[in-house]
Write a protein that binds this ligand. Structure first.
Ligand code: NAG
Length: 395
């Protein structure tokens, strides 16, 4: 009997550039890697692997778009994230345009979200005669040859388009369905606790005022194995709210970390430095992204544990999502007497975002946007949260 060959690994290219929207890049990278795809993150910046995208997030690309390996490679899917001016920057990248044209001519699947459908794909004439969608602020940039549709995700022929940060997960799952199967997309959605509706509700007990005067200072610790979608959603949403977010690495090796699904991200500083900085002006909120390996590293970082205990003793806000609740807060007694969100959603508490006094917790990757916007509401009030949610298309 002949051995059955396993299907070849699907190859995906995600180009990023200065001004790329980080959630719109991180979500497809994360979700497609969960599906088993071999995802190459390629920089369209001239010769630079470290790309500063929107909201000061620094991503280390795996390759250069214009580099020989990348330009010559075959991909099953090319995904263009949006952002301002990221989408226009991708649209202006001649090497990328040549690649996507060659890919489409070979009947490859291509996709874009937010401003990238009009400013990249349509500007190259690659959506002519097709239905497509985009961020509402950019829909009028489509040429008359494109049939603009008001939907979260549109699939027409080999083109998949979507609207913005809040539809990134639905977009990424649609790409999994196109590359693999509906079944696989559904399985991943379930594991990630994905919910398709926009908006959030906070299950709150022992309500206290979190609001601070002026710009809130927020600590976001990271380590190797931190869940990238959770991390980047937290940073993106809090910086949209104009919080002063400090991303601090718990790794001794330095500020570059490798996230749970292989995204390489450069932190702003180390936890040692953040802890020293806390002496002069303390954090208004400490918020922990999940990802089990990263959470375990955080849990054994004495500086971080001391900061969290100080925060708790002062009744100041702190929170965790996904694995960080069970691996960091719980073992250090930081959840004592508190109601918290359950990681798998099936336990004692089925709420997606729980606030108990000064502690906020949430289930996992699929609840990251709800969690981050809820934290903005507690810290800066409903009006700011509403403005941020609208920008994300999450209202
Ligand atoms: C974490 O990742 C960085 C960057 O790749 C690496 O240099 C470092 O050795 C890793 N740390 C651990 C503890 O594995």
């Amino acid at each position: 009997m002949a051995a059955q060959a396993s299907p070849p690994t699907k190859k995906v290219l995600v180009p990023i550039v200065a001004g790329t929207e980080p959630v719109e890049a991180a979500v497809p990278i994360d979700v497609l890697r969960r599906a088993g795809a071999d995802v190459t993150v390629a920089s369209a910046d001239d010769g630079e692997l470290v790309v500063e995208v929107m909201y000061g997030v620094r991503i280390v690309a795996d390759a250069l778009v214009a580099g020989g390996d990348c330009a010559a490679a075959h991909f099953d899917l090319i995904v263009l994230p949006g952002g301002v001016p990221g989408a226009a920057n991708l649209g202006g990248c001649a090497a990328l345009e040549a690649m996507v044209r060659r890919h489409a001519a070979a009947r490859g699947l291509y996709a874009a979200i937010c401003a990238a459908p009009p400013l990249a794909l349509a500007s190259w004439g690659m959506l002519n005669g097709l239905k497509a969608t985009a961020h509402p602020l950019f829909v009028d940039k489509f040429p008359p040859e494109v049939a603009a549709v008001d939907a979260s995700v549109v699939v027409d022929a080999s083109a998949v388009t979507s609207r913005g940060p809040a539809t990134s997960t639905e977009f990424a799952l649609a790409l999994v369905e196109q590359l693999y199967s509906k079944n696989k997309a559904e399985q991943i959605a379930k594991e990630m606790l994905v919910r398709y509706d926009a908006g959030y509700t906070i299950d709150e007990v022992n309500s206290v005022q979190w609001k601070c005067n002026g710009t809130p200072k927020v600590l976001v610790p990271v380590a190797n194995g931190t869940e990238e979608m959770e991390l980047i959603t937290i940073i993106d949403v809090l910086r949209r709210a104009d919080a002063d977010v400090v991303v601090a690495s718990a790794e001794n090796a330095g500020v570059e970390i490798v996230a749970r699904h292989g995204m390489r991200i450069v932190a702003d500083t180390t936890l040692d430095e953040a802890a020293a900085d806390d002496q002069t002006s303390s954090f208004d909120l400490i918020i922990l992204p999940g990802g089990t390996p990263g959470a375990k590293t955080m849990s054994s970082n004495e500086k971080l544990v001391a900061l969290l205990k100080k925060q708790a003793a002062a009744s100041k806000p702190y929170g965790a999502i996904g694995a960080a609740t069970a691996h960091v807060l719980e073992p250090h007694g930081l959840l004592e007497g508190k109601k918290a969100a359950d990681q798998d959603g099936g336990g004692e508490c089925e709420s997606r975002v729980v606030v108990d006094g000064n502690v906020i917790t949430s289930g996992g990757t699929g609840t990251a946007m709800e969690f981050a916007v809820a934290a903005v509401e507690k810290l800066l009030g409903r009006d700011v949260a509403q403005r941020v949610a609208e920008g994300l298309l999450f209202a």
